[in-house]
Design a protein around this ligand. Structure first.
Ligand code: ASP
Length: 652
């Protein structure tokens, strides 16, 4: 018997095939589990008695009515009907008296939607299909109705992998019929349901909707503006419900949550969407550990039952350590290859660029050791690593190949003194066939470069068959003790918030606010999963004076824009804190999807377009009049410049 899913699985490349197989078996398992728990009624209120995927031998003899799409037809004898729940084989009647039923079922094009009624019968001996959940039975059809015919499709629904993402987005409603998209959206819905249950039913949170027509918030991401009918006045779409959730605490709501839509006009960035969803949370009278424990419990409770259970508490790492050992604030802790500071060993070096770097005040030398790198890396890999460092960081990277544990092969081998070599072996615990990559420069920059190279090397090793990161492993990590402010990139003399301006300073550092603000740590925490930031939050400032001082004096923001919040803090605002989880990214990691667009029903393309409806679109000038705005059309030269500046010309 033809099996749609196993064929789909066979057609996929190795890693995806594995994921899809896992997904399919887990999808059917979780449906069974959830039906055992709650027995969802899948056919109430509608024109069917059963779903295609649910029929088994226990239904033998039952009269059923099914609705679904024609997935496959064989020799005008069998038809495979599909709905969201699965596939079922329908036997097309061959006798004269059922000629009209046969005509409907044989003439309807693939993907037409039909209703059939008939009896559940056992498949003849030898024709059972153990790979198909409904493979023991088939439907002996008595009546059939063509509910709607399907024209020639832009792509085959079965063939998930062989279409461009732009085409999938253009016909998203067809793409949603794929097993993968069905699985992703259904798992998302289940997890959100469990989160609601945990927050509202187990912990007394209140689900409150906050406005999406709001005003500009200073000191954060760039916001989308919405014209109003008052000349020169605009709304802004909130980058998050941050102000509202704090105001809800002032309003005594005590525990708030929302599946909140957020908007950020940050241009095209891989794996970002201009509108995205957060599980947004705020609590009164809470501290950092309180919020962290809540989130650990939330993830544990809502985690899909077919995955390894979430182990709590999650480990925690100070930001400074994350930067020093992993070169990033979102370390992937599933593998080692940590960055090691080897500055002390090279104080007397004769290697020019190391000498140069160490002569500067913040100069350091950093290294990572790639286990068995000499075995897996080719010369061109090392060259591309060095080119990456030069192009993106303007830094030199020195490779050292370890032939035997103490013989070095490197462009500068002769300059590496014996005790430096031995020191490297000891500090990096190098062994035969390892490759050491060295760089030098200011601490943060050198760490960031090494952090990027660490990930590049991990990808390269995995592409060569080394298993570094277990795909079934979910490694959660709290990153804490961030600085409250960072020097502005364009003007390092000025400070900006490391996260947002409502984050409270670390209680031990408050005095430094007035003297050395750049040294103040914050009460911010980020949640990282497998090297991706999936959430962040903080204890907030609830003292109006401190909030005013930070906005006006440290950040030099226009406090008038936030006068409502400052005033609210003066009227008995409780101490409070919260967090937001990025739902799209979380789901992307949980499902193993290649992009966050695969866990969003109707995402925008890489360039922020809706390829299905063509949004954003032009508006006739007369429709702009009520808003008192006019378009200033770019010149041809400007248009050309902006498209050539674009990092990626592909739509998706
Ligand atoms: N509103 C913050 C954000 O969107 C999260 C938080 O601080 O709760 O990043």
């Amino acid at each position: 018997m033809f099996c749609w899913l196993s064929r789909l699985c066979r057609g996929l490349s190795t890693p995806t095939r594995r994921t899809t197989q896992l997904i399919w078996s887990s999808a059917s398992r979780s449906l069974v589990l959830s039906s055992q728990r709650r027995i969802p009624e899948l056919s109430s209120f509608v024109a069917r008695t059963n779903t295609c995927g649910e029929l088994r031998s226990s239904h033998l003899g039952q009269e059923v009515t099914l609705c679904g799409w024609i997935q496959f037809r064989r020799q005008n004898i069998f038809l495979v009907l599909r709905d969201f729940h699965g596939l079922v084989q329908v036997v097309i009647p061959q006798d004269e008296s059922a000629a009209s039923v046969k005509k409907i079922l044989c003439e309807a094009p693939m993907e037409s939607v039909v209703q059939v009624s008939g009896t559940v019968i056992s498949r003849p001996p030898g024709q059972k299909n153990p790979k198909m959940p409904t493979g023991e039975i088939e439907i002996k059809v008595k009546t059939a109705k063509l509910l709607n015919s399907c024209k020639k499709l832009p792509f085959e629904i079965k063939d998930f992998m062989k279409k461009t993402e732009a085409l999938r987005l253009q016909y998203r409603y067809l793409d949603l019929r794929s097993v993968q998209m069905q699985y992703n959206l259904r798992l998302r819905s289940q997890m959100v349901m469990k989160m609601r249950e945990y927050l509202c039913n187990l912990h007394g949170f209140v689900d409150v909707e906050t406005p999406t027509l709001f005003k500009r918030t200073p000191g954060g991401a760039k916001e989308f503006v919405i014209p109003s009918r008052e000349p020169g006045k605009f709304y802004s779409l909130p980058q998050s419900p941050q102000q509202f959730k704090q105001l809800l605490m002032v309003g005594g709501l005590d525990r708030y949550f929302q599946v909140a839509r957020c908007y950020r006009d940050e241009g095209s960035r891989p794996d970002r969407q201009p509108e995205f969803t957060q599980i947004d949370i705020e609590m009164s009278f809470v501290d950092q550990t309180g919020v962290q424990s809540l989130i650990e419990g939330l993830l544990q409770y809502s985690w899909p039952s077919d995955k390894d259970p979430v182990v709590v508490p999650f480990p925690s790492m100070p930001f400074a350590e994350a930067l020093a050992s992993y070169g990033t604030d979102k370390p992937d802790t599933r593998f080692g290859m940590k960055i090691v500071d080897i500055s002390d060993m090279f104080r007397n070096t004769e290697v020019g660029f190391l000498q140069d770097a160490l002569s500067k005040p913040q100069g350091t030398v950093k290294a990572i050791c790639i286990r068995k790198g000499a075995k897996y890396f080719k010369r061109k890999d090392i060259e591309s690593i060095r080119k990456f460092a030069a192009d993106h960081f303007n830094e030199e990277v020195l490779p050292i190949f370890l032939k035997t544990s103490e013989t070095w092969n490197s462009p500068v081998a002769k300059f590496i003194m014996e005790e430096q070599g031995l020191g490297l072996v000891k500090l990096l615990e190098t062994q035969e066939e390892d490759v050491v990559l060295l760089t030098a420069g200011e601490h943060k920059k050198a760490c960031s470069l090494m952090g990027k190279l660490r990930l590049e090397c991990a990808d390269l090793l995995e592409a060569r068959g080394v298993v570094l990161r277990d795909p079934a492993l979910f490694s959660f990590l709290w990153v804490v003790d961030f600085p409250l402010f960072l020097p502005k990139e364009e003007n390092p003399q000025e400070l900006e918030s490391a996260h947002h301006p409502f984050t409270a300073p670390h209680p031990n550092d408050i005095h430094l606010l007035y003297t050395e603000p750049h040294k103040v740590r914050s009460q911010h925490y980020d949640l990282v999963l497998n090297g991706n930031e999936i959430g962040g939050g903080s204890i907030r400032i609830h003292n109006s004076e401190i909030q005013h001082y930070i906005l006006a004096t440290v950040l030099k923001e226009d406090v008038k824009l936030l006068s409502h919040l400052l005033q609210a803090l003066d009227y008995g605002a409780p101490p409070h804190g919260g967090i937001a989880l990025g739902l799209d990214r979380l789901m992307c990691l949980v499902t193993g999807a290649p992009s966050i667009r695969d866990v969003i029903a109707f995402p925008k393309s890489f360039r922020g377009h809706d390829l299905m409806s063509n949004a954003p679109d032009f508006i006739p000038p007369e429709e702009l009049k009520p808003y008192h705005i006019q378009v200033s059309w770019p010149t041809d030269a400007e248009t050309e410049k902006s498209s050539s500046n674009h990092p990626c010309l592909s739509e998706s």
